[in-house]
Write a new protein. Structure first.
Length: 451
């Protein structure tokens, strides 16, 4: 019983293992296709590795458990076959007078006296009792059942039975099977047992095969030993694998943290200005390009939601550097970036354009709104002196403002106009805002965009 159940479970596990193999392959393909993303997300890569590890452990346990079961099963079948051969030899030796007869030409044949079948059954039960055998069938070389503990089989022909054919040719054949309602010799009540079915050749003195025993040996009592052995082996392997993968996970987790920190540092160095901590030139220009593309996709809304560019320049920074030192000038730039960042909306962007110049990208803005933001920046900067060590340094900024136009292929024309407006602000004495376009009331966006 248990072997048939375990065999069914093993078959299911094999199919499950095949499914896991597909999943595992899919996970590997996902890893390959997502390598660029994983390079930036070590924690996500670690999670994927954990998933792959768990799938691997499951596959290993299934394959090893199935393998151990098959090894134990083969050993059990081999032991049962040896016992069946010994039982057959003992039976032939003890019942030679009842089973063997000599023909007129001296040949030895099998024969069973049907008139003394009850007596033969009794002696057979005593002979086979030590071997825990539940059924015996005796075949002639012509595949005819001469005797069986299942009386209904006597006289039937098993022609076409490949296993029987191999035994009649001299090769024993054993297999672990489940049979229901097998009648033990002398017991009318049937039972359900797990058996090793063995076909054992019957040989006479010269080695000639004159028939075959079919012997069913009950191995049900070994089912718990087999099951316990498989479970113990799989659990032991599970503990070993969990230990190995657990240690590996700890090492990989630490490595992933260090890798994440290194990548974050590299990313900051790639997109942030080292001195001020705001976006560097490359990053802020890329952001401007993204926003102009978004505005062009929403062209029907562009007259009301414009993209404004503000170029902010620190007035007289060279004089600050000469009077207080370059370190003081650097502190002013850092403080300035912090004040400007505090005035931005959540979707605005600030970056260092170069030297003492900053670029602010104001998406979804109007001309009047951009002008008000620029005035707010100026006021914020000059509202309080910058504290450098124990010094108080008065700082002002000049701002050039431009509105990107929908029909323009990129933000660069607007940036050029903003730089030109900044130059005019410098010419007008600094500490002011100059727009590239003529100042219009906020309810005339069309004229602003076409300026």
């Amino acid at each position: 019983m248990i072997f048939a159940k375990l065999g069914c479970i093993t078959s299911c596990l094999r199919r499950y293992g095949a499914g896991l193999k597909v999943i595992f392959s899919g996970a590997v393909m996902e890893t390959s296709s997502s390598v660029n993303t994983m390079q930036r997300q070590p924690s996500r890569l670690l999670q994927l590795m954990v998933i792959v590890a768990m799938i691997s452990i499951s596959v290993i346990l299934i394959l090893v458990g199935s393998g151990i079961y098959q090894v134990f099963e083969r050993q059990l079948v081999q032991i049962a076959e040896k016992d069946a051969i010994q039982a057959g030899n003992d039976l032939l030796h003890r019942e030679a007078a009842s089973l063997l007869r000599t023909g007129p030409q001296g040949q030895v044949d099998l024969a069973v006296d049907m008139d003394r079948l009850a007596e033969f059954d009794q002696r057979l039960r005593q002979t086979l009792k030590p071997f825990n055998i539940v059924k015996v069938t005796i075949f002639s070389p012509e595949w005819v059942v001469l005797y069986s503990s299942d009386r209904s089989l006597i006289g039937t022909n098993e022609f076409g039975n490949d296993r029987l054919n191999r035994a009649l040719k001299g090769t024993p054949d054993s297999q672990l099977v489940q049979h229901e309602k097998i009648s033990r010799p002398g017991e009318p009540r049937p039972s359900i047992v797990d058996v090793v079915e063995s076909y054992i050749p019957i040989r006479v003195g010269n080695g000639q095969v004159i028939g075959c025993f079919e012997i069913y040996r009950d191995v049900t009592r070994y089912r718990q030993d087999l099951l316990s052995g498989v479970i113990a082996s799989v659990l032991l392997l599970l503990l070993v694998l969990l230990g190995v993968f657990g240690l590996s996970y700890l090492f990989l987790r630490q490595a992933a943290k260090r890798l994440q920190a290194a990548q974050d540092e590299i990313r900051r160095a790639t997109i942030l200005d080292e001195l001020t901590g705001v976006a560097n030139r490359r990053e802020i220009l890329q952001r401007a390009g993204i926003e102009i593309s978004r505005m062009q996709r929403l062209e029907e809304q562009a007259l009301e939601n414009c993209l404004a560019l503000l170029v902010i320049d620190v007035d007289h920074l060279n004089l600050i550097n000469q009077e207080y030192g370059r370190a003081a000038g650097d502190d002013v730039l850092r403080g300035l970036s912090q004040r400007l960042a505090g005035e931005l909306r959540g979707y605005d962007a600030l970056g260092r354009y170069g030297g003492e110049e900053f670029l602010v990208v104001l998406p979804a803005s109007t001309r009047s709104g951009a002008l008000a933001a620029a005035e707010r920046f100026c006021q914020k900067v000059r509202s309080a002196p910058f504290i450098v060590d124990t010094l108080e340094i008065e700082v002002t900024v000049s701002i050039g403002l431009a509105i990107a136009k929908v029909h323009e292929p990129s933000f660069e024309p607007a940036l050029k106009r903003a730089l030109e407006a900044l130059a005019r602000a410098k010419q007008q004495g600094c500490n002011c805002v100059v727009g590239a376009e003529a100042i219009e009331p906020p309810d005339h966006p069309a004229r602003i965009m076409s300026a």
